[in-house]
Design a protein. Structure first.
Length: 616
């Protein structure tokens, strides 16, 4: 049996999904889209039930990937029941989608969630009118408290098809529906969809377009706008029957504080800085511990076995990749997802996006991009994975490119360990200044050249509530497991390939070939190119490899201050680490990943060469 969950954003749908399913959640792209679906299984009365969490949408008539996916899923998938989740605090807005889903005639259950929040606002919910109109079961739930969640599956198993709802449309729309029905033999739903430009029959769509043009010339509104207005009016009247306000809520509205520039912006900055410091400080501590454990209990004992050199190289490469991958995943990614889950479940995420929207808009994105940009200072991997929070593919492309340029903690090791240590603190800060200027210039350029329609941001504020620790950890683990089981195998493969290239002497030949170019362009010895390549596996390895190849950790003894500075700048701007590349490949595809790689390599070499020739 297959059950689909559908609803507006911020109605607690995913929270209900997490409570109905266990940890075994599968995340996959729906065929032909880049939008992800979450699928999970639950067992009820010895029957395995698949539950699909569709993306949050406000309508089934739009052109976004999420709306197209939801529409195709309801039309093409063999669904046994649809659970429509609506917020009891914003029922009028949610009923618009509910009425659209009801038109599909699938067995349906209506879940009015957040009744606890509604009660706090003095709202009394009567499910009777909805039940009488639709003829389906209507449940009152509070997912944050687990109230009535156990009734959803039994209700879905016995779900009935909704009664046909005759929404009173404008008389011109009603006449068009009747005409198309008589001529083409289609039902009311297909006629409505054809009038809005949806359907598979060219003849039906052509006739509907002709009728729609006549209607639009009379009303000076599009047919879609007329239909939407009629549906909203019907939803409003139905909501008035369902929701009664007993008494107005008392007290200060938190949004009057959190969404104003003062004090909202200082609060946002404090949260972002605190989040960054927590992930960086705690993550660094855990990373050092994990790296030390691998070094003492895995890598050194393995090297002491005295295996065949080829086997030793392959084994050491695998262990090194595990050390690098787990040193990123467990400390940084998991901590990030715990914090991001807390911000999401608390409802603060929408407030942060609202405050940051003006600044992000100049770079071609909306306010939600402030989260991945900020988290990139800790680690680019979770930052790249968080771009899925952005709504349009255009925003995700711009954000993914900018995130790869942000100095992560590993790049900070390069800046602090090489530049500050061998050149000076002022020089170290100048590296940051160079990178930030390039990020801003790149963002301004991308906002002009990246294709895609620019949308305004209409944001619904999620209610502020206390996160549930168990659900926060479950959500964080679900997201972390995606990195562990998808990115880690690619990281292992890349490490082995680099190790074999070094073993068979390819890297030595490579150094001899590139040295004339590295010296001519950057003023760096040939072995610096090898260090840059090993930095792809893990950024701070560029520093370590450079010291090994130079024969000393005192780089100031073999390289000039300018050479050290140029190497650091190129390393910071150069190709992102392999873990970032693999995650980037999954999030935005091979074409954008290749473009990011080429751009960062070119930018690093050009800026490094410019600095070398300017000061030499």
């Amino acid at each position: 049996m297959k059950i689909a969950l559908i609803g507006n954003p911020n109605v607690g749908k995913s929270l209900i999904f997490n409570q109905l399913t266990g940890l075994g959640v599968e995340v996959s792209n729906y065929p032909g889209t880049t939008v992800e679906l979450q699928r999970g299984n639950t067992c009820f009365q010895r029957e395995i039930i698949e539950i699909v969490d569709l993306p949050g949408v406000y309508s089934l008539e739009g052109n976004s990937e999420e709306e197209d996916l939801a529409r195709r899923f309801l039309e093409q998938e063999d669904v046994d029941a649809v659970v429509v989740v609506a917020s009891a605090t914003r029922l009028e807005r949610n009923l618009y989608l509910l009425l659209q889903v009801a038109e599909y005639g699938l067995p349906m259950v209506v879940v009015l969630n957040m009744v606890d929040e509604a009660a706090k606002r003095g709202l009394e919910i009567d499910p009777g009118p909805l039940h009488d109109l639709l003829g389906v079961e209507v449940l009152l739930t509070a997912a944050s408290q687990g109230l009535n969640i156990d009734r959803i599956i039994p209700a879905a198993l016995t779900a009935s098809r909704p009664a046909k709802i005759e929404i009173p449309y404008d008389h011109h729309i009603e006449a068009a529906i009747r005409s198309l029905g008589k001529i083409f033999g289609v039902d009311r739903k297909e006629s409505l969809r054809a009038l809005q430009g949806f359907g598979d029959s060219p003849e039906l769509l052509e006739a509907a377009r002709t009728i729609a043009d006549e209607i639009e010339s009379r009303h000076r509104m599009t047919v879609a706008q007329i239909i939407a207005a009629n549906r909203h009016n019907f939803a409003r009247s139905l909501a008035e029957l369902t929701v009664k306000e007993k008494h107005p809520p008392a007290g200060t509205d938190p949004d009057s504080i959190l969404t104003r520039f003062i004090p909202g912006m200082p609060i946002l900055l404090a949260i972002l800085v605190g989040m960054l410091l927590f992930v960086f400080v705690v993550g660094s501590f855990l990373e050092e511990a994990i790296v030390e454990v691998f070094e003492v209990y895995a890598i050194q004992p393995f090297l002491a076995l005295g295996l065949h050199p080829l086997l030793e190289e392959v084994g050491a490469s695998i262990l090194l990749a595990l050390q690098a991958g787990l040193g990123i995943a467990l400390p940084y990614v998991f901590l990030f997802y715990i914090i991001i889950s807390i911000l999401e479940d608390s409802g603060y995420m929408t407030r942060a996006a609202f405050l940051a929207d003006n600044a992000m808009h100049r770079l071609g994105m909306h306010g939600g991009a402030v989260i991945p940009i900020t988290l990139a200072f800790g680690c680019n991997v979770p930052a790249i994975m968080s771009i899925r929070l952005l709504h349009s593919r255009r925003e995700r492309i711009i954000a993914s490119i900018l995130v790869t340029m942000v100095p992560c903690s590993a790049r900070t090791v390069i800046i602090a360990g090489i530049v500050a240590g061998f050149v000076g603190l002022a020089a170290a800060f100048s590296v940051y200044a160079i990178v930030f200027v390039l990020i801003i210039l790149t963002g301004l350029l991308l906002s002009r050249v990246v294709p895609g329609e620019r949308f305004g941001m209409i944001m619904e504020m999620a209610p502020l509530r206390r996160p549930v620790p168990r659900l926060v950890m479950k959500k964080a683990w679900s997201r972390l497991s995606e990195f562990l089981f998808i990115a880690m195998p690619l990281l292992l493969l890349g490490s082995v390939v680099l190790g074999l290239l070094e073993f068979f002497g390819v890297m030595t030949v490579f150094e001899g070939i590139v040295e004339p170019y590295t010296m001519g362009l950057l003023g760096l010895p040939g072995y610096s190119a090898t260090a840059l390549i090993f930095g792809i596996l893990r950024k701070e390895m560029a520093f370590e490899t450079l010291a090994i190849l130079a024969g000393t950790a005192d780089l100031g003894a073999v390289l000039s201050s300018l050479q050290v500075y140029v190497f650091a700048v190129v390393t910071v701007l150069f190709v992102p680490c392999l873990a970032t590349i693999t995650v980037l490949l999954r999030e935005v595809g091979s074409r954008i990943t290749l473009a990011v790689t080429v751009y960062t390599v070119t930018l690093g070499l050009l800026i490094g060469g410019f600095i070398h020739h300017l000061f030499s």
